[in-house]
Design a binder for this molecule. Structure first.
Ligand SMILES: [Zn+2]
Ligand SMILES: [Zn+2]
Length: 249
């Protein structure tokens, strides 16, 4: 009998847009047999979020007693750039998200806006998207790339195997590989199997994330864990900063 318990690397509390307190996040995960993380948004471009260095400091004191502590940074926002090593080192791991992408005319396309800008079709958009993933991976001080297949609303109903061409998938995976960043298998934004398989075949580490915001979501890793196991990834190879270390030495 193994004593291994899944680690939910990504969940939100009332410190950003979740409904559970940080301690409730951990307790909710534990009730599912899962080790929990509190990883609130730290971004000036998320409505309910840590929005300043002072907010980050207060948050870090509040969660200092928890075993796994993180924050989810937006690549397009500058708050993560304003944090010092001391701020980053108080976390057990750091999560980067692509919540907005700059396109040809310099404007931002946000993942949560209703429509793509006029004249920008899905495949043209995807070229900007993948370039933004590469830039994120190359510059952000993170261990995990959250929900790698989160896309603008209008694209979410298209078949992902057509929308993502294989050369784009390859670039995403290689950007994570060269920067030693884990590919999050998200329960909230579920990736198509071909892309997760590609990450595995390139030796990219996978991490589990509920991206939970409520009691029924936090620590719910059933789908991600079934997928990683079906791809032959051993449980102890799933990212755990206490076991696999961080990029901060
Ligand atoms: Zn996110
Ligand atoms: Zn999140």
């Amino acid at each position: 009998m193994s004593s291994w318990q899944p680690l939910d690397c990504h969940a939100h509390s009332t410190c950003s847009d979740g409904v559970l307190s940080p301690d409730e996040v951990i307790a909710t995960a534990a009730a599912r047999g899962v080790r929990g993380t509190v990883s609130d948004h730290a971004s000036r471009d998320v409505r309910y979020s840590l929005k300043s260095v002072a907010d980050v400091e207060e948050y870090e004191s509040l969660i200092a007693h928890l075993p796994y502590r993180s924050m989810e940074f937006c690549s397009h926002d500058s708050l993560w750039r304003d944090l010092s090593d001391r701020h980053l080192d108080r976390l057990t791991h750091r999560i980067g998200s692509l919540h907005a992408v700059t396109v040809a005319d310099g404007s931002l396309v946000r993942m949560f806006q209703k429509e793509l800008p006029t004249g920008l079709g899905p495949s043209a958009y995807m070229a900007f998207h993948v370039a933004a993933v590469e830039a994120l991976a190359d510059v952000m001080p993170i261990e995990i790339f959250a929900h790698p297949t989160l896309l603008p609303y209008t694209l979410r109903d298209l078949p992902p195997e057509d929308l993502w061409d294989e050369a784009h998938e390859e670039r995403l995976v290689l950007a994570l590989k060269r920067n030693d960043i884990a590919f999050e298998v998200s329960n909230r934004y579920r990736a198509h199997t071909r892309l997760v398989e590609r990450a595995v075949s390139h030796g990219v580490r996978l991490s589990l994330g509920s991206d939970g915001h409520s009691r029924d979501q936090v620590g719910n890793l059933e789908w991600p864990l079934a997928l990683t196991r079906s791809l032959g990834v051993t449980d102890d190879a799933l990212y755990d900063p206490a076991v696999h270390g961080t990029r901060r030495g």
